[in-house]
Design a protein around this ligand. Structure first.
Ligand code: DP6
Length: 330
């Protein structure tokens, strides 16, 4: 009745920003992401009939907010297993402090995989990705490694809104340099922010209708390993999402001054120095520079010297969520 899983965060190149159904957490658009290898979450789940409530420790401390979301997600697995047993959840994020990277993607991917094993369900990855989606939309993608595609689907029951692998990490081994800006303002979380955009941003309808073309272009670029084409569509999609955010009411302005300076620097590196690099930014001030592996050192050095950048960290692309031995530390 116990199992431990590890999952890595992913970064969307074609973004998910908006839901078509909040109850089943169904995305309004498809998305495309890369899974990282240098950061990870490990989660141990143990079902125990003697427990009266689920319990959750995040990095050693109880976390009621995460517990509520995790319990709701576990209920879906319990229902499939025909059990009401409560669980002890111990989860640890191996992210450098203040990396500013969302841990919900790796967290829910590791949670559903560990719970599936602990309950002996043996569900396939597609089903697990749909269960992870219920916890956090982006988590569906962390079940898989390398380049991953997430479908919006059309069905009301959400059974066609799952993630699928496109290319393994080794098939196109890009690198990601994360520039962590020293901006520590508490920002609006993704779920709240995307609902605000859907309800108030005048650009939201255009954002949703443009997603199909962006996804098609990104899929073609990934299939052809065409860096320039992937750079163009990824930056375009990222800036469109931030335009939607900024035009919401109240506005969602996630950038700091250093964020903009990083975007400019990355464009200059590519356009003037011919470096294979492009940017993407999520619901925060951190800038993720996606680059050819050989360019990572140069990109990291260029971003580290920008005032307001606290530090940089570099990652390769990694594998999907996996079970780990009980003996291994969390
Ligand atoms: C900007 O997956 O965190 O990172 O489904 O409400 O938990 P919920 O949202 P979440 O949103 C991620 C938003 C994003 C873009 C992306 O990862 O696709």
């Amino acid at each position: 009745m116990a199992a431990t899983a590890q999952a890595q965060p992913n970064i969307a190149l074609i973004k998910y920003w908006g839901k078509r159904d909040t109850r089943r957490n169904l995305p309004a658009t498809g998305s495309l992401s890369i899974t990282l290898d240098a950061l990870w979450t490990r989660t141990r789940v143990e079902f125990d009939d003697s427990l009266r409530h689920d319990e959750l420790h995040l990095n050693g401390a109880p976390d009621p907010q995460t517990l509520a979301r995790a319990s709701a997600c576990l209920d879906l697995l319990r229902r499939r297993a025909g059990t009401t047993a409560r669980a002890r959840i111990d989860t640890r994020n191996h992210f450098p402090t203040a990396a500013g990277l969302a841990s919900s993607a790796s967290g829910f991917a590791a949670l559903v995989l560990a719970a599936d094993a602990a309950l002996g369900l043996g569900l396939d990855r597609r089903t697990l990705s749909m269960l992870a989606r219920r916890g956090s939309g982006s988590a569906a993608r962390s079940l898989f490694g390398g380049f991953v595609s997430m479908a919006a689907g059309q069905r009301e029951d959400g059974e066609d809104a799952f993630a699928e692998p496109l290319l393994d990490a080794a098939e196109w081994p890009l690198a990601v340099v994360v520039a962590v800006t020293s901006n520590t303002r508490k920002s609006v979380g993704s779920g709240t922010g995307m609902e605000r955009s859907r309800l108030t941003s005048p650009f939201y309808p255009a954002w949703v209708s443009g997603a199909t073309a962006d996804l098609a272009a990104a899929h073609a670029a990934v299939r052809a390993r065409d860096f320039a084409a992937l750079a163009e569509v990824s930056e375009h999609n990222c800036l469109k999402m931030h335009a939607v955010m900024q035009a919401s009411q109240p506005p969602l302005l996630y950038w700091s001054g250093a964020t903009v300076d990083c975007l400019q620097r990355i464009r200059t590196l590519r356009e003037r120095a011919g470096v294979d690099v492009f940017f993407t930014v999520d619901a925060g001030a951190q800038v993720k520079a996606v680059c050819a592996p050989g360019a990572a050192t140069q990109v990291a050095a260029a971003l580290a010297e920008i005032p307001g950048v606290d530090h940089v960290l570099t990652s390769g692309l990694g594998a999907g969520a996996r079970l780990i031995d009980h003996g291994e530390p969390l």
